[in-house]
Design a protein around this ligand. Structure first.
Ligand code: PDD
Length: 285
């Protein structure tokens, strides 16, 4: 069956989904995206993702072409039309197409809304069992990383460099501290069992999974400290992991070739992953 995508009001086969070369997403990366996980055909923590979508578009004065209620309806219809059991729903909104190319916001352009599904068995992924290796790179991104912008060139380069070094994720470094992963939030568990993750600010994307995991951890009496940490601290930590809609919780077992603790996924990471998956299934819509 050919994959069906949503484009500006219609559900169409991929081959028929065409966007103008004048689309500002294409020319200027003038757009916002979101990614929600799907388990058993249901959306995970979707309200949080849509709240962040609304905030991101607001921050760049981009009007959403549909209500959030309608967007949820489209997400669900797309999941159903593609018979998606486990995977992701990607949403992208750009400021639309206008001719000629001009930096200023167009007066007449209509925002372009695209949604795409992809299959991924997030719960049973091999890397969840083995943990992942990360490579550190300089964080060369812009100053508004709290906006989930489609301008992802820095992350493309970071993740490509990581892959070429045999790693599955990049950790971006600024002023000697980890900001976040190329497409994930970063955590460590210190020797005295404190869960540390960087505080939200314009330096990082406020991760939805990060928020849920810190709340679930605190509810289970684990101490959480929101502050930046260095790679040295991560290498001296008991455990390290990343969170995202596309990974949930995954152990980090190597950083730049050096092992974290014994180089195996730690027990607290494993437990938080189970707890998050239980939360995801229990709250899926
Ligand atoms: N990325 N930080 C960055 C830079 C991200 O791109 C992401 C998500 C996260 C984690 O956020 P959340 O828990 O809300 O997924 C943190 C998505 C999955 C992506 O770009 O595919």
């Amino acid at each position: 069956m050919e994959q069906i995508v949503y484009l500006d009001g219609a559900f169409v086969p991929v081959a028929e989904a065409k966007v103008s070369v004048f689309d500002r997403g294409f020319l200027f990366a003038d757009g916002i995206y979101e990614v929600s996980a799907v388990l058993d055909g249901k959306l995970i923590d979707n309200d949080a993702h849509l709240a962040r979508l609304k905030r991101s578009v607001g921050e760049i004065a981009l009007p959403l072409p549909e209500t959030l209620e309608r967007i949820v309806g489209i997400q669900k219809e797309l999941v159903a039309r593609n018979n998606l059991r486990d995977g992701l729903v990607y949403i992208q909104v750009t400021r639309g197409a206008s001719i000629p190319r001009d930096f200023l916001f167009p007066k007449a352009a209509k925002p372009t809304l695209v949604m795409i599904t992809s299959e991924k068995d997030i719960v049973n992924s091999a890397s969840a069992r083995t943990g992942i290796a990360v490579k550190t790179v300089a964080d060369i991104r812009w100053a508004r990383r709290d906006i989930k912008s489609v301008a992802l060139l820095a992350q493309v380069l970071a993740k490509q460099a990581a892959a070429e070094a045999g790693c599955q994720e990049a950790w971006m470094i600024e002023d000697g501290k980890v900001t976040e992963g190329g497409s994930s939030s970063a955590f460590i568990l210190t020797r005295d069992d404190v869960l540390v993750t960087r505080e939200n600010s314009s330096a990082i994307l406020p991760g939805c999974t990060r928020k849920a995991v810190t709340k679930l951890a605190e509810e289970r009496q684990l101490r959480v400290e929101e502050r930046a940490f260095s790679v040295e601290e991560a290498l001296a930590a008991k455990e390290a992991f990343v969170t995202s809609a596309s990974l949930f919780v995954q152990a980090v077992v190597r950083i730049d070739g050096q092992t974290v603790a014994d180089g195996k996924p730690g027990p607290i990471t494993g437990r938080l992953r189970e707890i998050y998956i239980d939360f995801a299934r229990a709250t899926a819509v």
